[in-house]
Each structure stands twice: as C-alpha cells, then as structure tokens.
Design a protein around this ligand. Structure first.
Ligand code: FAD
Length: 298
C-alpha cells in the first residue's frame, strides 16, 4: 500500500527505521530484528540507503523481505548524490519488481574520501532533482522526503524551508524529520511550513536515547539541539547504562504523547536495529495513540 493512502485512512501513522545488514550486523540478525519489530504492527518500516549507494542491494533485499515475506508496508530509501539517471532507474525498476510502493527520495551526503566534485559526476544536485526524475519516469511510487526542524547543516532556516517547499511541489507525499528532541522546535517548524502552504503530513523522527556519548555525537553531526530537560537526564543517568535506557525511553514516550496531542500525524522511531527500546517505546506509543483517538471521539 502507498504511504500516501495510509495517511488517507489513518489519523496517526507509526513507523520504524532500520539500516541494512553490514559487516557488524548480519542479515540473519536483522531478519530476527524485523520479525520482532513487525509484532508491534507499525504502519511501515523504512530501510536506509548507504552513502554513495554502498548498500543498494541490501536496501532492496531487506525492503523486499519486509514487504513480501513479513507482509508489512515498507519505505525504501534512495540517495542520488553522484548517481547517474541510469543507476537510479535500475534501482526504481528493481524496487517495482519487488512490489515496493514507497521511496524516500534523498540527496545524501558526500561519501568519505570524496569532495564536492562528486556533484559533477552525477546527474543530480539536490533531492528535488531526484523527486522530479522519479515523478517523470516512475509515477507509481508514493514519495517521501527529509526535513530538518532545526535547519539542514548546509543552509540557513529561511532558505532551507524554501528548498523544502520546492521538494514538496515536485511531488512529495509526506515528510520525515531528522531526529528531534525538542517538541517546541518541531511545532514552530510546522507553523512556518503551514505559512508556506506545505500541506503534506509531517512525521517526527524520534530516537529513544540509550547512550549519552552516542547522542552527543549524533547531535554534533546533525545540528539537533538537546533541550535542558534532556541535558539534565544525560548528566544524571549518562554513566549508568540501565538507568539511562529507562530514562531515555520515558523521555521519548513523553515526547511522543505531546506531539500526538499537538496533532502531529506521524511518529518515526529510529530503532538503530534494536528491538528492546523500540518495544517499550512502541507499547507505550500504541496505548497513547488509542487514548488520544478515544479522547477525540468523546
Ligand atoms: P536536499 O533536500 O537536497 O537538501 C540538501 C541541502 O541543499 C539543504 O541545505 C537544502 O537547504 C539545500 N538545497 C536544496 N535545494 C536547493 C537549491 N535549489 N538551491 C540551493 N540549495 C538547495 N542519508 C543517507 O545516505 N541514506 C539514508 O538512508 C538517509 N536517510 C535519511 C532519512 C531522514 C528522515 C533524514 C532526515 C536524513 C536521511 N539521510 C540519509 C541524510 C541525508 O541524506 C542528508 O541529511 C543530506 O545532507 C541531505 O539530504 P536531503 O535529501 O535532505 O537533501
């Protein structure tokens, strides 16, 4: 099913993100993880794409496994940096042959060992070029794209949202955010998006923090801020892994509850291929979604 149609049917959409097998994470283990994740009945699972196409076959194979063997909906990520149109067309054909209906269209980052000249080697400069190309050649996919409530690291806030609007106008059906720990930022961003007439559903990217050092690395890379409440949690529990995990799940759950109460349409859990944090977070989230729906009906 297309994710665009899932949003037509459901008020709230819950999804998980996994990364494909690599040298530290076997295909066998990932299949076990996805089987566990599927028990929580996500509306879809997304499978990331490695920088410069390094996991192209892994993305298709795992997406196909989720769609055709586990019978769950899937969103296959695709980056275009340094790619030729023929390579993108072959990925899309393969996805279509595996009955994959949804593509997350991304530019990607410059792979390690490369520099900006990579843009000259490929046929695309920005994600919007990829989205236009998909619409022109394979109009049967539902397309998602990335957004950054706190601005993409190469841009400034005004320019970034104007570029986002261009992506949406090229034919995006829904937007998934970079990991966001600060709901205020997310809701402020939604207001700005509405002013620019960006009407597609916004999905919030949530990551339960289980490792303080890891989260500090992530925020440095992607420019997401850590609100003072979370900072205090990191200071207090950061050196105790068990307590950190519990506190991280509680923080993420409260974040989700608040976002749903603000009418945010989608929650996307960055699982990092872990089942335990997702399980606890999801059980609490599912209960919350049901409660919010019930309250609205009353
Ligand atoms: P774009 O939308 O092209 O934006 C990139 C930058 O260019 C922004 O600063 C934007 O403001 C600017 N820009 C856009 N259009 C123009 C224009 N016309 N003129 C001037 N500037 C412009 N990476 C992977 O390698 N694999 C993945 O699977 C993956 N999944 C992701 C999933 C999500 C939800 C998110 C948020 C990110 C993901 N990424 C992934 C990372 C992503 O590839 C990087 O953040 C990348 O730097 C930007 O990709 P984009 O698609 O947002 O690019």
């Amino acid at each position: 099913m297309k994710i665009k149609d899932i949003f037509e049917e459901k008020e709230h959409v819950i999804s998980f993100e996994i990364f494909p097998p690599n040298k530290n994470f076997s295909e066998e283990r990932l299949k076990e993880v996805t089987s566990e994740l599927i028990k929580h009945k996500p509306d879809f699972i997304s499978v990331t794409y490695g920088a410069g196409g390094t996991t192209k076959s892994g993305t298709i194979e795992m997406s196909s496994h989720i769609k055709n063997n586990l019978k769950s909906e899937v969103l296959a990520h695709l980056t275009c940096v340094g790619s030729k149109k023929t390579e993108i067309a072959s990925f899309l054909e393969e996805a279509k042959n595996h009955n994959i209906k949804n593509i997350m269209a991304l530019r990607g980052d410059i792979p390690q060992g490369e520099d900006e000249s990579i843009y000259e080697k490929g046929d695309y400069r920005y994600a919007s070029d990829l989205i236009r190309n998909i619409k022109e050649t394979h109009d049967d996919f539902s397309i998602g794209a990335a957004f950054y409530p706190e601005t993409h690291y190469e841009s400034n806030d005004l320019a970034d949202i104007v570029h986002l609007k261009k992506k949406v106008d090229e034919g995006v059906d829904f937007l998934v955010s970079q990991v966001c720990f600060d709901n205020r930022m997310f809701v402020d961003f939604r207001e700005k998006a509405e002013k620019l007439d960006i009407k597609v559903p916004l999905i919030a990217g949530i990551m339960p923090v289980t490792n303080a050092a890891q989260i500090k690395r992530i925020v440095q890379l992607c420019k997401s801020s850590i609100p003072s409440g979370l900072e205090k949690i990191l200071d207090k529990y950061g050196s105790n892994p068990e307590s950190m995990k519990k506190a991280g799940i509680i923080y993420a759950t409260e974040q989700i509850i608040e976002l749903l109460s603000y009418g945010i349409r989608g929650i996307h859990l960055y699982t990092m291929n872990k089942t335990d944090t997702t399980e606890e977070g999801t059980t609490k989230t599912t209960t919350t979604v049901k409660r919010v729906k019930q309250e609205r009906q009353e």
